[in-house]
Structure formats: structure tokens, C-alpha cells
Design a protein around this ligand. Structure first.
Ligand code: GDP
Ligand code: IMO
Ligand code: MG
Length: 423
């Protein structure tokens, strides 16, 4: 059985927490896209872990964790994460695997990502600077270096030489920046190769064999629906397909094998980086919610922009992901509020819009139409059953279900595993 877990907003919905919770009942957790731009937080026994590349199921000693072909892998970042986990006694051997077909993020991808974003000036995207867009660009330009190429020293050197010729020309002549040395990278990556080699397999084959043995697979999405290259707020998006469809192409499993798609949505909305955000708080309330929700990026530490729950967006996420259900996170962050708003539609140049507009021009001028609901003004910690939630919380959740047309299957009322209500 395959369950896809996908972000329904602009990332940071709490996918890491939900994956960690659901992983208990699964055999394999597999990341299908993105790279070290992700920051997935898992808290167990009061210890906080932030995973960038490693799947969020790694803390269970008996779960298999996989980086699929759709992920872009920065070997330096990956080895740093592996070493941190090993220091804590987490064993990865024989249970962590990397796809031969995944593409590498190399040092020049990171530098070029940062330079290019700066050069966009007023139209800067505010990328994470982790070389994501530049790695995927090379993948599609047929210039990328795959993990399987990396394992063969000769092939790696040959491909790297071609890439460096192009990248160094661009860096030197156009950007007037430092250039990269083939020998230096080759040497550095020689040590990475030795450390990574043992993890590399044909992950598509592995997953399909596991499915034949009736294993349960959790496909872990990074980023979120509105950062999707096709369905997000283009160009203010990431360079991959976080939507559920990305799980098939990013893991090499057929669409007929997907059984369930769970969308993770925060009880309000956040966004890091630039781009339109209709329900964003423009006043000091944004600061208040940022503090209440501790909304600072798990990868870059940047303050996250905060706003009310946008039902138009999550409804659209329900459609493009084919969501079976929603996991609502961070409900507890709203505990102290007297009134809570939900965007139920937009107003654009006097006209009402009930659906997410594909035009960036339209979306960036949309004013939210709000519905106001009473808050519960109560702590939720310790609640284990839906029935024990305050009636205002239940009303809020019910309204989210009605507006998004997706039913809720999980409610998170705190960052820990135990702060979870399963419906
Ligand atoms: P992800 O990228 O979707 O995995 O989300 P992040 O880890 O970047 O951000 C989610 C943040 O919210 C993390 O700091 C989590 O520990 C925290 N979190 C997750 N669920 C809850 C919740 O229900 N309540 C509270 N208060 N915090 C939560
Ligand atoms: P998780 O998996 C939130 C945002 C960046 C920027 C845009 C493009 O933790 O939810 P990129 O570096 O991908 O080219 O940046 O996407 N972004 C994220 N925002 N959560 C993430 O991942 C993100 N990954 C990228 O801030 O706006
Ligand atoms: Mg995150």
C-alpha cells in the first residue's frame, strides 16, 4: 500500500511531524522530490530533529528510508546529516537507500542559485540558496550528473569536466565570480563517493518488490502544492513537483499503486520567501502569530510570513492532489485567539472569485473574503479524542472540511508524536 503525504500550502505545514506519526504503521518512508531546501521537523522524547534530505521515518530503527530518483542530492549536505544521526546512535546501514537515478547538487549549483536569485533584483524569488533550481535545470538540460555516474570515478570526472567548462565560463565571464577547479572537486567528491557508495541501489525496483510483498510505503513530499512548478504561484515556486503526482515520477512507482493521498495543512497559513499571499497579516498580528507558532524557517531560519487559513488554496490542493483526507496541524497555535478568520473566496477588481486563479497577475491582486468564527480560548494539550475538543474547535474544523471539500483524518495539537488526534 502506498500513502502519499503532501503539503497543501506553501510548505512547512508539519509534514515531518505527520510522517513521523504515520511511519509507525509503515515499513518504508521515501522522499520523492526536492532536496536540501526542505526542513522537516520531528520531535521525539523532547529532542528536536530537522531533516533536510533524510526521510522523516529515520528515527524508527526498523523502518527503511529511501531517497528516490526525483530528489536532488547534495552529497556534502547528506553526509553531514548522516554523521549527525550516527553521533546520536541512529544506524543507517542496510535501511537507508539512495536512488542510482537521482541527480547531484554540486557546489556550483549552490553558488549559481544564490547569484541568479540576487540578479533577479526586484523579482528575486527568495530561494533557500541550496542549489535546487540550478540542479533541476541541469537535469532537464541533460547536463546533470546522476548518482550512478558519480559512483564511476571516470564517468563522473568526464561529466564534471564538461559541466565545469560551461559553469566556469558563466561564472567568470558573465558573473565575474570565482571559478571551480576540477581537481579540487574530484578529490573532495572522491571521499564522498566512498561514504555514499554503500547506500546506492535501484530504488524503483526495491519499492516495487516491496509492494509485491505487501509492504506499506509512505511517500514523503517536500515543499507544498503552491510551490509546485506546475500548479504553484509561478514563478514564486520551487523547481520540482511536490504534488502527489510527483510521487510516481519521483519514486518510479505506477499511478495504479497509489492507494491514499493525505494533505497536510496548517490551521493557518505561512510562507517563506517571496510571492503573493492574499491572507497574509500586514499588521502586528503577523508578529504575534509568528511568535505563537514559532514560525521561523527550519532550513534558513528566516521568519515565515503568516496569515489566516485560505480555504480557496486548500480546496485547490484537494483537487490537484486528489486528496483523500487532510491532516490539520498547529491547531493549538490558535488557542488564545478570540476570533479566527478563514478566506472563503477572493475579490479581484470588484469581481468575486471562488477558485484559485492560475494567473499570477490576478492572484497577486486578490483580496480575501473572510468568514469569521469564534475561537475556543482554551488549551488543547492532553486532548486525545476528537469528541473532547472544545465545540468552537470542532466548528472550525468542520468549516474547513465543508469549504475544502476534503474530510479531516488527523489533527495535530502540538509538535510531539503524542499531540495527535486520529479520526
Ligand atoms: P514541514 O516542512 O512541513 O515538515 O514543517 P516544518 O518542520 O518546517 O515546520 C513545522 C513546525 O511546526 C515545526 O517546528 C514542528 O515542530 C511544528 N509543529 C508541527 N505540528 C505542530 C502542532 O500541531 N503544533 C505546534 N505547536 N507545532 C507543530
Ligand atoms: P519544506 O519541505 C517552505 C521556498 C523558498 C522559496 C521557494 C524557492 O520544509 O516544506 P528553492 O530553494 O526551492 O528554489 O526556493 O520555495 N521553499 C520552501 N518553503 N518549505 C520548504 O520546504 C521550502 N522549500 C523551498 O523559500 O520561496
Ligand atoms: Mg519545513
Amino acid at each position: 500500500m502506498v500513502t502519499v503525504v503532501v503539503g497543501t500550502q506553501w510548505g512547512d505545514e508539519g509534514k515531518g511531524k505527520v510522517i513521523d506519526y504515520l511511519a509507525k504503521g509503515c515499513d518504508i518512508v521515501a522522499r520523492y522530490q526536492g532536496g536540501a531546501n526542505a526542513g522537516h521537523t520531528v520531535i521525539t522524547n523532547n529532542k528536536k530533529h530537522i531533516f533536510h534530505l533524510i526521510p522523516s521515518g529515520i528515527l524508527y530503527p526498523d523502518k527503511i528510508c529511501i531517497l528516490g530518483n526525483g530528489v536532488v542530492i547534495d552529497p556534502a549536505a547528506l553526509l553531514c546529516e548522516i554523521s549527525n544521526l550516527e553521533k546520536e546512535g541512529v544506524k543507517l546501514s542496510k535501511r537507508f537507500f539512495i536512488s542510482e537515478n537521482a541527480h547531484l547538487t554540486l557546489p556550483y549549483h549552490k553558488l549559481l542559485d544564490q547569484i541568479e536569485d540576487k540578479k533577479r533584483g526586484r523579482r528575486k524569488l527568495g530561494t533557500t540558496g541550496r542549489g535546487i533550481g540550478t540542479s533541476y535545470t541541469d537535469k532537464y538540460a541533460r547536463l546533470g550528473i546522476r548518482v550512478v555516474d558519480f559512483l564511476n570515478e571516470k564517468v563522473f570526472r568526464e561529466k564534471l569536466k564538461i559541466s565545469l567548462k560551461l559553469k566556469n565560463y558563466l561564472l567568470k565571464k558573465y558573473y565575474e565570480e570565482k571559478v571551480y577547479n576540477l581537481e579540487k572537486i574530484s578529490r573532495e567528491y572522491q571521499t564522498y563517493r566512498k561514504k555514499i557508495k554503500g547506500y546506492v541501489i535501484d530504488t524503483s525496483l526495491y519499492l516495487n518488490q516491496a509492494l509485491r510483498k505487501k509492504k506499506n510505503i509512505l511517500a514523503e513530499g517536500a515543499q507544498g502544492t503552491f510551490l509546485d512548478i506546475d500548479f504553484g504561484t509561478y514563478p514564486y515556486v520551487t523547481a520540482s513537483n511536490p504534488i502527489a503526482g510527483g510521487a510516481c515520477t519521483g519514486l518510479g512507482i505506477g499511478p495504479t499503486k497509489i492507494d491514499r493521498v493525505i494533505g497536510v495543512a496548517k490551521a493557518y497559513t505561512t510562507r517563506v520567501g517571496r510571492g503573493p499571499f492574499p491572507t497574509e497579516f500586514k499588521d502586528e498580528f503577523g508578529e504575534k502569530l509568528r511568535k505563537l507558532g514559532n514560525e521561523f524557517g527550519a532550513t534558513t531560519g528566516r521568519p515565515r510570513r503568516c496569515g489566516w487559513f485560505d480555504a480557496v488554496l486548500v480546496k485547490q490542493a484537494g483537487i490537484v492532489n486528489g486528496l483523500n483526507s487532510l491532516a490539520i496541524t498547529k491547531l493549538d497555535v490558535l488557542n488564545s485567539l478570540g476570533k479566527i478568520k478563514i478566506a472563503v473566496g477572493y475579490r479581484y477588481r470588484g469581481r468575486k472569485i471562488g477558485q484559485f486563479p492560475n494567473s499570477f497577475e490576478v492572484f497577486s491582486h486578490c483580496e480575501p473574503i473572510y468568514e469569521e468564527l469564534p475561537g475556543w480560548k482554551r488549551e488543547l494539550s492532553g486532548i486525545k479524542k476528537y469528541g473532547d475538543l472544545p465545540k468552537e474547535s470542532k466548528n472550525y474544523l468542520k468549516r474547513i472540511e465543508e469549504l475544502t471539500q476534503v474530510k479531516i483524518s488527523l489533527i495535530s495539537i502540538g509538535p510531539g508524536r503524542e499531540d495527535t488526534i486520529l479520526l
